[in-house]
Design a protein around this ligand. Sequence first.
Ligand code: PLP
Length: 374
Amino acid sequence: MSIKFIDLNSQQLRLKDEINSGIQSVLKHGQYILGPEVRKFEKNLAKFGKSKYALGCANGTDAILLPLLAWGIGPGDAVFCPSFTYCATAEAIANTGASPVFIDINRRTYNIDPESLERAINKVKKSKKLVPRAVIAVDLFGQSANYPILSAIAKSYDLKLIADSAQGFGTTLKGKHPLHWADITTTSFFPAKPLGCYGDGGAILTNDANLAIRIESLRFHGKGVEKYDNTHVGINSRLDTLQAAILLPKLKIFPEEIKVRNLIARRYSDSLKDHVLHVPEILEGVISTWAQFTIEVSDPEVFSRKLKEKGIPTARYYPKPVHQQSAYSHYPIEGTKLTNTEDCSNRTISLPMHPYLEESTQNKIIEIVKKVAR
Ligand SMILES: Cc1ncc(COP(=O)(O)O)c(C=O)c1O
C-alpha cells in the first residue's frame, strides 16, 4: 500500500454513514444555500472555538477578506503579515486595495516575530505613506502564534488583530484559542486542512456582535434587512449547505483527531531530532493541530527526491516566501531582508501527517528519513 501525504479516505470510511445521511437530508430539503446545516454547523463551530459568533463563508481567503472589508480597510492602509505563509494571507489584503507589509518570522516557531512587527509598524508610521490598520498572524503548520505579545502590540498601536488559523484552527495556547486575544479568527475548510470539507469552505469567528452583523451582510452581497435593499457593497461568499452537512460529523471527531496528530508528532520528533537539522519547536503551553510536520534539512529538493524514490511523499512549505513572488515583490517588507523567512524557505520539508497514519507506517517513514538524512 502506498503511503499518503494526507489520507482523506480513511476518515471518509469511518464517517461514511453519517456523511451520506447528512448529504441525503440536504438533497431532501433542498435548501442548498444557508440551509439548516449551515446554522447548526456555525453553532457547533462557535462552541468548539469558544466564540460568541461563527460565520461560514466560501473559503479561507474570503474569511480574511471579509473582516478587512467590514473594518473599511482599503487603499492607503497597511496590513502587517508574515511572508512565510500561503499567498492567500497577503492576497486578501491586496484585494482590498490595502498594502501588505511583510514581517519576518521567529526562527524557532516559524510564526510572526513580534519584534520585527513592531519595527515595521514604526517604520510605516514614520514614513507616513500608509496608515497602519491591522495585523494578520498566521498559525503556521498548526501552531498558535504568540498572541499574548501580538495583541499587546496591536492594542498599543490601535490595530486590529486577525488570527489566520487556516492551518491551525483548534490550536490552543495555555488552554485558550487565538480568539481569546484576537479580534477575529479565520479558518479554511480546504480538503487537506486538519478540519476540511469536500470542496472549498471557510469560517470566521468573533466575539464582536456588530462585526458579526456586518460580516453576515457582506458575505451575502451586502444585504440589508430587506432582500433587495443592499446596504453595503459585499461579495458572494457563503458556506454551501452540503459542505456544512459534511463538516458536522467531522467536527465531532476533530478533538480526538488533534490528540492523535499530537501523538504522531511526538513520535516523529523523538525519533528524528538527532538525525535532521531541526524538528518542530512548539511554544510552551501550545497544542498544535499539526497541519504539517515540518523538518529542516540542508537540501530539501534532494531530500524530497530521495524519499520519493523510497515511496515517501513530502511537500515543500514554502520554497518561495510571498514577498519574493512576482505578484507581491513590490510591497514593503520590514528591513531590507527577511532573513529568517528566507533561511527557512531554503530548508523546510514536510512529512506525511494525518490522524490515520498507522504506527507501522510511521516507523517506516522514520527509518527511511533517518537513512536518507545520514
Ligand atoms: C495560512 C493560510 N491562509 C489562508 C488560506 C486560504 O484558504 P482557502 O484555500 O480556503 O482560501 C490557506 C489555505 O491554504 C492557508 O494555508
